[in-house]
Design a protein around this ligand. Sequence first.
Ligand code: ADP
Ligand code: GLC
Length: 493
Amino acid sequence: MRSRLRVLFITSEVYPLCKTGGLGDVSAALPVALRALRTDARLLLPGYPQVLAGVKYQSKVADFSHLTQFPPSTLLSARLSLGGSAAVPVFVIDCPGLFQRTGGPYMDEFGRDWPDNVLRFGLLSKIGAILSSDDSPLAWRPHVAHCNDWQSGLVPAYLHDYPGWKAAVLMTVHNLAYQGIFPPGSVAQLGLPQRSFNIDGVEYYGNLSFLKAGLYYADHITTVSPNYAQEIQTEPLGFGLQGLLAARCDRLTGIVNGIDTCEWDAVTDIHLVKNYSSRSLADKAINKAALQRQMGLAVDAELPLFGAVSRLNYQKGTDLLIQLAPQLLGIPAQLVVLGSGDAALEHQLSVLASNYPDAMAVRIGFDEALSHRVEAGVDCFLMPSRFEPCGLNQMYSQRYGTPPVVHATGGLKDTVIDCVPATLADGSASGFVCASLSSGGLMHTISRAVLAYRNKRTWLRIQQNGMMKDFSWRASAQAYREIYLELSENTVN
Ligand code: ADP
Ligand code: GLC
């Protein structure tokens, strides 16, 4: 019998220690789901201050001061409690010169990229590669190195020319729009072989691209929904990498994200004013009133209350939301927005809200508790994303009896069933899907949602349909495991 499957899950964020978006959620929930499937998944993380403060039972297991391209670092072995599960083993890269600072994982507090990101995530990739080879100072050797987004994209590039035993590499794309592009001099700076600076290698239009390197060298590629896996093989959603992805389509699989069904459960959610289930949806109204009160809106049970929780940027269609807000409020309806991101969009949203004090409220910032209260308190969730690799909020909303209005793109299309007579009849309708993102198209979809909202029986059916859906990680974790198993056939146990 083969030994237990071992996977090194390499990521730049993990909830609750460090989260800027869905990658943090996925990095917390997927390893737990994998461990439940008898897979020894362990995380590799940068030692940001909040990570060093949040992991338990730290012990130093390796020293990397010999890596002369990088400031001195050590590797800690530790444990992290995730989603109420038994603690998950984590390896943390303690490199004070690169990670010990206040600010975000990718940017400082003013929203500027850290100038040494090339080294920060070069080191994450380099140590990921070492731990996945027989140069590893650890006895624990993974069969598969599972890289996530550009920050760990150089792992297979570092491993490519490695002569000894090495793990197979799976590269998961959470968002192709972020590629980790740095000037050509970075190749030498990071100690990559100069010959890899080639179209058949790490080079991308004259620069070094971490993500392209990962896509080129990985043994297999996944992305976070089947629909997005198709979309990224074509313009415009291939962001310049569509040719490479189409050429590797036999090694590209779309696996839809799951959600953490313990963290996101209206029956037990500690952030809610009143817990509820699909059988006690009347209690959802208590959360609506509390949210209206908390956000300074008129407390009104009948007015449809729309909500959005998101990074505020072009991808998320924040500009479209701003454009149609006056029309939406004129239905009449109310709108709550929680988000942060592009400073101009933050400003426009705040100005708009000040014009409609009873009907529109905006909170700029990142607030985990409020995000749960919005999911539970609003009637209908808005996700007018121009593109969305998977998206998690549309799944949280369905689970919370809050039908979403979404654009038919990426994972949104895969996870929301549009409400039309046929889907209402067969019990699958769970939201409202907009085929075209013109403001007319979006407003039309919102009007369809409002019409359904006014018919209490129809609305209840849509809510309950969404709440009954299985968004857990079980099936998707199994799909990852099957890929790991296939890849690991060629690696030594
Ligand atoms: P993305 O990763 O592209 O930002 P996802 O929908 O996959 O989009 O995941 C976003 C995650 O971040 C969700 O858990 C969402 O609730 C959370 N989130 C986004 N913005 C905020 C915010 N301002 N406050 C709290 N949570 C937020
Ligand atoms: C990215 C995507 C989002 C996805 C998340 C987790 O940030 O934008 O759609 O859900 O990663 O995979």
